[in-house]
Design a protein around this ligand. Structure first.
Ligand code: BTN
Length: 266
């Protein structure tokens, strides 16, 4: 196990400790390895044997991707931790833009897409009352479709989008720096700015389906963006504007004829 202290350029708040990053060539899940670590620790793996996806699904994590978990203090008030997937998504998108990716966007609540393909997924988990673990799976050189043919055409890799001149560690450092900045914005009361930024980035009048947890309920309607709590707003023709938080929604899918929306999941 290697412990790295990142360069000052990746830090934002001088008062906060630097990220302490452990690199592990092969683990079950970086989120599990990070679970008991203190805030501002991070775990980067070369490969995961039991990568965790949203809703209890697994995440294909062969070598060549960024499999990264970052531990942050639970934001105050604690109920705000539910907005962390959006804050992390916003941070990831900003770091991808800085790496030269054109048009990355969030598919609420936790997928980073380019056009209709999934580039990255985010899984925020809480293993203690004090901290939250932000898990990021970013396709870089890996080919998840080699392990699950049904993913062919639905995922995209960073290396397909930009001429990558840096290492997976450099990419991870950029992401961690961006998470720190986004966390500072959140702590400074700036979540409404993040919401406004995300709402500007979404395609107007797009249609979505929402599959709710605990039943077969499928809601179809116009995606109206997110509200000040980070909840999705959808206008269904029969029931008007409905608001759901991420814990209520199993899956959001975008409709407009594309089938390229399968998650990077098995
Ligand atoms: C999703 O889209 O369902 C979220 C996938 C999150 C995968 C990442 S890879 C690093 C971290 N460790 C895990 O076990 N999962 C997350």
């Amino acid at each position: 196990m290697e412990t790295l202290v990142l360069s000052p350029a990746t830090q934002l708040a001088p008062a906060a400790p630097p990220w302490t990053l452990q690199y592990l060539p092969r683990v079950d899940s970086t989120n599990l390895r990070a679970a008991a670590l203190p805030a501002w620790s991070a775990v980067l793996a070369g490969a995961q044997t039991a990568g965790r996806g949203r809703n209890g699904r697994s995440w294909i994590s062969d070598s060549g991707g960024v499999w990264l978990s970052a531990v942050v203090p639970c934001p105050e008030p604690r109920a705000r931790w539910a907005v962390l997937p959006l804050v992390a998504g916003w941070a990831l998108i900003r770091s991808l833009q800085e790496l030269g990716v054109a048009g990355p966007r969030l598919r609420w609540p936790n997928d980073v897409m380019v056009a209709r393909r999934k580039l990255a997924g985010i899984l925020v988990e809480r293993f203690s009352s004090e901290t939250a673990v932000i898990g990021i799976g970013l396709n870089v050189f890996n080919s998840p479709e080699d392990f699950d043919a049904s993913l062919a055409g639905s995922t995209v890799r960073l290396a397909d989008l930009v001429m990558l001149r840096c290492s997976l560690l450099d990419v991870s450092e950029a992401v961690l720096g961006s998470i720190r900045q986004a966390y500072a914005v959140l702590s400074g009361g700036g979540f409404s700015g993040i919401v406004a930024d995300l709402n500007r980035s979404w395609t107007p009048a797009s249609r979505v389906t929402l599959q709710l947890h605990g039943g077969n309920t499928l809601i179809e309607g116009e995606f109206l963006g997110i509200d000040e709590q980070g909840r999705v707003r959808v206008e269904a023709s029969d029931s008007g504007v409905c608001v759901y938080d991420a814990s209520q929604v199993q899956q959001l899918r975008e409709l407009d004829g594309s089938s390229g929306d399968a998650a990077h999941l098995v």
